[in-house]
Design a protein around this ligand. Structure first.
Ligand code: ATP
Length: 424
């Protein structure tokens, strides 16, 4: 029988998204709190005797060639390793497309992981992440997953302790947004300081596991572009709040809006009303889900309090931001609008942050170079064990309930509206 592998490609939301500056190369330096959610595309990879890649998807408008990030990820690895066999990629999309949930990046990440295993290439997670950045800025994070700080153009990653658990309601309006166009339209000059979310403060709330404080720190500077263009997104955010969300925000460049809930019933009611009641004119797809945390980051939970974390300099929130050499912000108060990073621990040409110090000209993720606070994601091969990438072979994190109000084709531990998806 042909060798094959089944994978889940999880989506992400941004609990915080700041843009620090536009770089000379056209990219933007960002500072984002990323969080994986239990909503995923399903990917099946089949090894074929004949060379070539064939991609099949349940969404016929998605490209089936190099323009598809999943295809591109596969072809990059097969070419690099001179693989003469072929590959079929069966992609079942559940994540809304062009929605701010990193669906394409996550598909690419899963394909990198899957091809590595299927063809026994022997690449480490670090090596996969280094290749991932060539496909897209969010791909290394989609390989890492969990709660993480993303800097540089998104590829300089610092795993964080698991964000406090809650229910997440996602609402995707009937709009598609181009990430590139949103970034191009972002006017950082003249942006008041308060328009920049307090990412440092949010990190503190995550360490303290204070859900309410974390929700109060949520912010996304890209709302200034996307919500100005589509004011109905504000209405969606308000609706989330009216259902009892403790915080609501646009994810990525939008247009998906999410609300965090401390109560499952409230989250369910919000989902129902968004889908079938007051929200239905604004919403094409809606989901109820939870945060997803790969088991490998459990190590982080065992770490001591934040004061000494991240290379010995993390300051308690309220103390004026992080010291240089930690999260890369300037001392005395978080990100400097338009100013890029200023850190004592070492700067990287072209911006970005390298936790733990040292200077890194150029780009690319440097796992093992200090970005692993307290250990964790590279240890023990934990990424592939219990991390939930491979379908059917791992326990379901989150304690194992899988509801079925709506069909949970691409969700785990939550309910979903699978309209526009191919539910199973
Ligand atoms: P991000 O949050 O990283 O900006 P997104 O969720 O906004 O991503 P995607 O769903 O990744 O956006 O899709 C962005 C574009 O990429 C779409 O216009 C789509 O045509 C293209 N694309 C390429 N490959 C894929 C894929 N596997 N899944 C979805 N879109 C893809």
């Amino acid at each position: 029988m042909a060798k094959q592998i089944a994978l889940k490609a999880y989506g992400k939301i941004n609990l915080g998204l700041d843009v620090l500056r536009k770089r000379d190369d056209g990219y933007h330096d960002v500072c984002m709190i990323m969080q994986t959610v239990k909503l995923f595309d399903k990917i099946e990879l089949v090894q074929e005797a004949q060379s070539g890649i064939a991609l099949r998807s349940n969404l016929n408008y998605l490209p089936d060639n190099e323009s598809n990030l999943a295809y591109r990820a596969a072809s990059m690895l097969l070419e690099e390793f001179g693989i003469t066999q072929g590959l079929t990629i069966n992609l079942q999309k559940f994540l809304p497309v062009a929605a701010g949930l990193a669906g394409g990046s996550s598909d690419a990440a899963a394909v990198l992981v899957g091809v590595n295993r299927l063809f026994e290439l022997g690449l480490s997670t670090k090596q996969l992440m280094e290749r991932g950045i060539k496909v897209g800025a969010d791909v290394p994070y989609c390989i890492l997953r969990g709660t993480a700080l993303a800097q540089g153009i998104g590829e300089v990653l610092t795993p964080l302790p698991q964000a406090p658990p809650c229910y997440v309601v996602l609402a995707k309006p009937p709009l598609s947004v181009s990430t590139r166009i949103v970034y191009e339209a972002l006017a950082l000059d003249g942006m008041p300081p308060e328009a920049h979310p307090d990412i440092d403060g949010m990190i503190g709330t995550i360490f303290r596991k204070d859900l309410y404080a974390m929700a109060s720190k949520m912010g996304n500077i890209l709302e200034s572009v996307t919500i100005t263009k589509y004011p109905q997104l504000n209405r969606l955010k308000e609706l989330m709040r009216s259902y009892g969300a403790i915080g609501s925000l646009m994810s990525g460049s939008g247009p998906t809006v999410f609300g965090l809930f401390d109560d499952q019933q409230k989250a369910q009611a919000a989902y129902q009303d968004l889908r079938f009641g007051n929200g239905k004119e604004f919403v094409k797809q809606a989901f109820v889900t939870e945060f997803y945390q790969p088991l490998m980051t459990e190590d982080l939970e065992k770490r001591p309090a934040p004061q000494k974390g991240y290379g010995g300099g993390f300051r308690k929130p309220g103390g004026g931001g992080h010291k240089p050499g930690n999260f890369g912000h300037q001392q005395g108060g978080g990100p400097r609008p338009g100013g890029g990073y200023q850190q004592g621990g070492g700067t990287r040409q072209g911006g970005g942050y390298q936790p733990g110090g040292g200077s890194r000209p150029g780009g690319g993720y440097q796992p093992g170079g200090g970005s692993r606070p307290g250990g964790g994601y590279q240890q023990g091969g934990g990424y592939q064990q219990g991390g939930g990438y491979q379908q059917g072979s791992t326990p379901r994190p989150g304690g194992g309930y899988q509801q079925g109000v709506g069909q949970a084709g691409g969700t785990q531990g939550g309910t979903s509206d699978a309209s526009g998806t191919d539910g199973v």
